[in-house]
Ligand binder design. Sequence first.
Ligand SMILES: Nc1ncnc2c1ncn2[C@@H]1O[C@H](COP(=O)(O)OP(=O)(O)OP(=O)(O)O)[C@@H](O)[C@H]1O
Length: 578
Amino acid sequence: MKPFQFMWALIMYRPWLYVLNGFIWLVIHLFPIVPGLLTRELLHTLTGDANLTIGVWSLLLLLLGVACGRITFIFMGALTDVWHRFMMSGLIRKNLFAHVLAQPVKLEVGQMVIQFREDAAQAEDAISWTLDFVGRFLFAMCSLVLLLAIDVQLTLFVFVPLIVVVAIANMAMKRLGAHREKSKQASAAVVSTIGEMTAMSQAIQLARAESRMLARMDTLNKERRKTMVKDRALTQALEAVFANTVTIGTGLILLLSAGAMQSGAFKIGDFVLFVFYLGYVTEFTQFFGRFLAHYRQTSISFKRMAALFGEKQAQALVRHTPLPLKQLPVNEEEKVRVSSFEQLRVSGLTYQFPGSTLGVQDASLTIKKGSFTVITGRVGSGKTTLLRSLLGQLPKQAGEVCWSGQRVDDRAAFFGPPYSAYTPQVPTLFSASIKENILLGKSEDDVDLSRVIEEAVLTETIAQMPDGIETIIGTRGMKLSGGQVQRVAIARMLACEADVFVLDDVSSALDVQTEARLWENLANKRDRTYLVVSHRKDCLLRADHVIVMDEGSIVAQGTLAEVRQSCADVNVWLGEKK
Ligand SMILES: Nc1ncnc2c1ncn2[C@@H]1O[C@H](COP(=O)(O)OP(=O)(O)OP(=O)(O)O)[C@@H](O)[C@H]1O
């Protein structure tokens, strides 16, 4: 897609707002024509050359009225412009974010922040500037017609700077775009590295790699400085050229008009009108140069954002999706239940990672209400992929998922509370307190905190912490051990009301006693349904349905007694000889 196609799609998102905003700004930009003509008439009245006979005071009052009118329009224009701009960048940011959530993209955090913030703002500016461009262009044309009527020779001098500015801008624009891109990439590299260094500070300390990391930051910063200086220097040089071309043009016109006034062919009122309009017309030449340069930068921004979606899906960046600004769509907890949970059935589920034969093939299984199902298998056998594909975190190439007999079409939207709650293999915690991480925005009154803490075997751990449950756990839980992170994540999952609890290898960092207590606590709640990935003995012993995976396929399933007949590995995990 070309940049103007993206812009057109954005404009068509709220076409009436664009038209309203356009009308208001057109009036604002055309308004100065009136005070120019009134001032001319005022001076003509004072020198006795007046065309109108309404008098000085009436003209002054009219000038005041026009000024008040323009202020009112500018106020309305500011409101519609802010609203319209926010709609445009809001839609882009929302679509970007939805895409990232639906299909995790490999993008550095720094780059992501820049795309969400700067590229979307660039697109918003580009659309708003089209209105300024039209308004300023029409003003320039109207005033040029009026100026030509006064003095053709003088007026032509207005065009000279315009042509020079456009020519210079066109030549410099290509280089400016390349430098802007490089400086943005260098900034993203610095932001990403700061983020990673903060998140991995312990690892850096343990590897005694502080000085090497600082040296790396130094190199990145130097690169950033170099690219930034080039970018800024070129931008400033371009702006200096614009400003000076205009100033020289203005000087020439003033010199010429002074000569014409001396010869008596030019009245003082005409001179004032000429100078008054000239400021606006020359401002348009500057704006035109900036507008072209900005359009080039906007093309880069659109290209970069569209690359996230891939060439064929680029349209999704500007897809007209709802932007619920006043009310959040539907709260997870307020979802209307499809039906009461009886069973979760998966048939023929297949997903292969792009460009690889790895993944899950033709997986079929049934999770019955109140069951404790364990998916087990060797490392890399496809357990996590099966769970993620089932929950809609990965797409599927074949198969279907049915919830109590009803097919689930949008798995990503469906799976979550109140249907399922999930603890991933590598849980992510926020840089907040333990309590905030468990509640995740829920009210304390709605969650039985002491129960979930006890079930997740966290009671003693929290009691030993300096501020108990209010202890801040550092960037992404940095101050917690691996086992503590896993249990806080389990507590967070248990704080949700859900039909099925899904746990992916959550006990890998737990000691034997803690793990035994955890599975006992969970299995004791027999009214709940669990789908668990594990090859730990304590977990397998509690399973009433075991699914064994190997090389992406389910190779056996049944009770523990049944699968251990056909799978020697299960006996090994149970601590018995093959
Ligand atoms: N993003 C990916 N791209 C390509 N291959 C992948 C990707 N993620 C996982 N795989 C491969 O797919 C296979 C299944 O991975 P998966 O994580 O599902 O295994 P697992 O049984 O959960 O392993 P573990 O017990 O170590 O968690 C592995 O061979 C893995 O290397």
